[in-house]
Write a protein that binds this ligand. Structure first.
Ligand code: M6R
Length: 608
């Protein structure tokens, strides 16, 4: 939620902050603003709407200066408006703050500050921060920020500037992401790496409650006790291009097309037929694996859907019972956890607040935690006992696509790793799965070459208000993901149902012309699924059937058929999800929706 940037150097801050914010717009885009120091004068420009509105304002009235902070907002407290947009500034215009997170005790702080004579202009929780810093300010900005932070509860990544110390940005994080970029005679803060990648590849990863003081002389990291911290530099190896559209119209379609590559990258040097699965940062021993009596997989949204597939394959291959749960429910329901429980969290960003809280809860109760994440150095990667990185590269589109397929690959690798350790399936079967996994990039490529059926189908159906996704077994897991994709970017209401469950109620909604997208890729369940398709066809549904090559008989039952390359049943989600991603993309395009910035959403949900 929200993206923040900060800059100190010799160059003009304004274009650097705007460029950084443009790379963070995926985190929120309902208002934006900057505060820039021009000598000892602090100038703030901010407004409701997309970053383009702010750029227009800055073009008319440019802000000069080489030190500044910027913000792009996803509203939590207070509607999107000019007043509620960041930076928030003290009444005397000396201290400005950008913030990502939620100050949970802001009401109490606000009331207390009002008794001290402070007035509030916005409805935000953030506005307490500049006032608190001002209250504690006694000639030392770092000290004042430290004292202010000591009063704050909740989550925050903040950047602070003060006109009385005009060469400085002070920042701190707790439960919200923040990195520091180290350039030549310049430094940066940002919520995410792409925001600064055009300027530097050397960064510091920050832990909770670590403070950053950036001046023209360099960067200092301080603990909450004020002691200087030495930190190794993390060198970013991926290219800035990876976070650009690269000739595609939207990030989402670019990321859909990157899937063959990222599937391959995630398997490279980990899956080799004839050799054990190699998962570098997973240190769990054979004895510990044998001791596990239950696995919880906990995640949100698309990552949760990858977990649904994970449950199926881990139980099938490694014979360990798996419970899958959404993180926001898990943390509040007193789950049964002990030292024999293994917790697995899946999170593209590694910063999702609910997932992080579930991880902490499980650790507190003695479980070992494996994190599957796409972001090196993210909070979940640092707090888990073991980490498995998905090598999807930066995912910018709000709708997750390439991260999902790499999360699926992670699930297969973990299932095989456990199966090898527990010897639950034969070496021949393990090898057969590995060989087939290595064909997945090519198969994904083939699906991408065959977009026409999807485009034709969406052109005829995009005006519908409701759609249904059906599937059995792993096709049901994929149906859930297809339904989420469609909802989030095209705003078409949709539901995913297990094929056999429909007749227990939802079939009442099927009438003439109702759109049904039915997955039938599972060999063992094909005939059963065809029967379910017939049930909806009889009631007038217009059905798009997705099955494997060789099952042409489906054409007798459905209105349109789409074939994916033949693939082993357990691996089919990696391939069969791609037509559903394309379907939601083209539906959204037909409807003229803003694909990369769907309404009300943000890429990383770092608040509860
Ligand atoms: O970063 P995470 O994987 O933890 O994010 C989880 C969900 O917020 C995310 O998958 C969300 O559902 C996406 N918008 C789905 O496309």
């Amino acid at each position: 939620m929200c993206g923040i940037v900060g800059f100190v150097g010799k160059r003009e801050a304004s274009p650097i902050l705007i460029e950084g914010l443009s790379k963070l717009e995926y985190r929120g885009y309902d208002s934006a603003g900057v505060a820039i120091l021009d000598g000892d004068k602090l100038n703030v420009t901010k407004c409701k709407g997309r970053l383009a509105n702010l750029e227009d304002k800055l073009e008319t009235t440019p802000l000069k200066g080489c030190v500044g902070i910027g913000h792009t907002r996803w509203a939590t407290h207070g509607e999107p408006s000019d007043l509620n947009s960041h930076p928030h500034t003290t009444e005397d215009g000396t201290i400005s703050v950008v913030h990502n997170g939620i100050i949970e005790n802001y009401i109490h702080l606000r009331e207390w500050l009002m008794t001290k004579g402070y007035n509030f202009a916005s409805e935000t929780d953030t506005e307490v921060i500049p006032h608190l810093v001002d209250y504690f300010y006694d000639g030392d900005l770092t000290d004042a920020v430290m004292k202010a932070v000591a009063k704050m509860e909740g989550s925050y990544a903040i950047g602070v500037v003060c006109s009385k110390e005009p060469d400085k940005v002070v920042a701190v994080r707790k439960d919200s992401p923040l990195i520091v970029g180290l350039g030549k005679e310049e430094s940066f803060i940002a919520s995410d790496i792409p925001a600064i990648l055009n300027h530097t590849r050397d960064i510091y990863l920050l832990n909770d409650k670590e403070f950053v003081v950036m001046t023209k002389d360099g960067v200092k990291l301080l603990s909450e006790e004020g002691e200087e911290i030495k930190r190794d530099i993390y060198h970013v190896t991926w290219n800035a291009d990876a976070a650009e559209k690269g000739g595609f119209e939207h990030f989402m379609i670019k990321e859909i097309h990157e899937q063959p590559k990222v599937i391959k990258d995630t398997m490279t040097s980990r899956i080799m037929p004839g050799k054990p699965v190699t998962l570098d940062d997973i240190k769990i021993t054979k004895e510990q694996i044998e001791n596990i009596d239950k696995i919880y997989i906990v995640a949100c949204g698309t990552a949760y859907h990858a977990g649904v597939v994970g449950k199926y394959v881990i139980e099938k291959l490694a014979r360990i019972p798996v419970e899958i749960e959404v993180a926001s429910e898990f943390r509040y329901r007193d789950p049964i956890i002990n030292e024999r429980t293994l917790m697995m969290v899946i999170s593209q960003s590694g910063e999702t607040a609910d997932t992080l809280a579930a991880l902490r809860e499980a650790k507190k109760q003695g479980a070992r935690v494996i994190a599957v994440t796409n972001v090196v150095g993210s909070s979940v990667s640092r707090e888990a006992d073991d980490v498995l990185y998905t090598w999807a590269g930066p995912e910018i589109a709000v709708a997750s696509t390439k991260a999902y397929v790499t999360q699926l690959i992670a699930m297969y690798m973990i299932a095989l790793f456990f199966a090898e350790n527990k010897k639950t399936i034969s070496e021949e079967t393990i090898d057969q799965i590995k060989k087939e996994m290595l064909t997945l990039p090519e198969k994904a490529e083939k699906v991408l070459e065959n977009k026409e059926t999807i485009q034709k189908f969406t052109a005829k159906t995009y005006m519908h208000k409701d759609m249904f996704f059906l599937g059995r077994g792993l096709d049901y897991a994929v149906a859930m993901e297809g339904s989420l994709k469609l909802k989030e970017i095209s705003y078409i209401h949709s539901e995913a149902y297990a094929g056999g469950e429909l007749k227990h109620g939802p079939i009442a909604l099927i009438e003439k012309g109702t759109i049904v997208i039915a997955g039938a890729t599972q060999e063992d369940l094909f005939d059963k699924m065809v029967s379910n398709i017939k049930e909806v066809k009889t009631r007038g549904a217009n059905v798009l059937g997705i099955t494997c090559e060789g099952h042409d008989e489906i054409e007798k039952t459905v209105d349109s058929a789409l074939y994916i390359p033949k693939v082993m049943d357990i691996l089919s989600p990696v391939v069969s999800v791609i037509p559903l991603q394309l379907l939601s993309y083209y539906m959204a395009i037909q409807k003229g929706c803003d694909v990369d910035k769907p309404r009300n959403l943000a890429k990383s949900v770092t608040v509860e």
